[in-house]
Ligand binder design. Structure first.
Ligand SMILES: C[S@@+](CC[C@H](N)C(=O)[O-])C[C@H]1O[C@@H](n2cnc3c(N)ncnc32)[C@H](O)[C@@H]1O
Length: 244
């Protein structure tokens, strides 16, 4: 049987899909704020340090806002391939004007990054987007991220992973339904467009173990899962600094 088509670009370029995502994200963000702050806290900077970070697949900038808020002298480059998401993001990011800019970038395309993304970044983050890439691209993207970090720079990824064991997945589903009854209703009664977005969400979700290996293979050290709750994890690593 042939593989189902990859609808990722069509979904994220669609104004309707982005509007539906924004409504759902607004509900989910209440539960994610603490995770986003924790990812910001993992960055090895002092509160007054000046640094530039890249938020890949940034969408409307939720991860960036957590970092910009914690480090008042930081600057963000938000990269995304969806004009609709970037348009929505310009509204969400209004109060951060002067400390961020958007760069157009398709993460699915391996190779040279656009000039709008600095060649040497102090940190890179991704949130809720790497799972939209096939595994071989996850792996090559991690290597490209390593190549764009300054020595000693960290990369963190906040993303869902898949369970290899159906018993684990059933446990995650059961707990999630108890924690979020509104979300459970959605899970059990999806409209065709919600189903299409769900299919896109799960298409390339991958187990955690191989993704940690991709980081190690890319040369990262300190590779670890720094936080997790059910399927959602924050993992990352550091580009080694030369011995002093
Ligand atoms: C679920 S949203 C998450 C947005 C944001 N990072 C957050 O945590 O709220 C996924 C984002 O990934 C972006 N995205 C998906 N595939 C992409 C690709 N191939 N290149 C660049 N961005 C992509 C989408 O446009 C969207 O903004």
């Amino acid at each position: 049987m042939s593989e189902p088509a990859d609808t990722n670009a069509a979904i994220w370029q669609s104004a309707e899909a982005v509007e539906a995502w924004a409504t759902e994200a607004q509900r989910q963000e209440r539960g994610r704020e603490a995770h986003r702050r924790f990812m910001a806290l993992l960055l090895p900077f002092g509160e007054q340090d000046e640094f530039t970070f890249l938020d890949l697949g940034a969408g409307t900038g939720a991860a960036s806002r957590a970092i910009l808020g914690m480090y008042p002298r930081s600057t963000a480059v938000l990269a995304d391939f969806s004009a609709e998401m970037m348009k929505a993001g310009e509204r969400e990011m209004r109060s951060w004007a002067g400390r961020y800019r958007y760069a157009e970038f398709d993460m699915a395309a391996a190779g040279a990054w656009p000039a709008a993304i600095p060649a040497a970044l102090d940190a890179v983050v991704t949130s809720m987007c790497v799972h939209h890439l096939p595994d071989d691209r996850k792996q090559s993207l991690f290597a490209e991220i390593a190549g764009h970090l300054v020595p000693g720079g960290w990369y963190f990824n906040y993303d869902p992973v898949s369970a290899a064991d159906p018993l684990v997945e059933a446990t995650w589903d059961r707990v999630r339904d108890r924690e979020d009854p509104e979300g459970a209703g959605y899970r059990h009664h999806r409209s065709p467009s919600e189903q299409a977005r769900w299919d896109n969400h799960v298409r390339y979700i991958a187990p955690l173990g191989p993704q940690l290996e991709y980081l190690r293979a890319a040369g990262f050290e300190g590779v670890e899962v720094y936080w997790r709750h059910l399927e959602n994890v924050i993992f990352g690593g550091c580009r080694p600094a030369p011995p002093s």
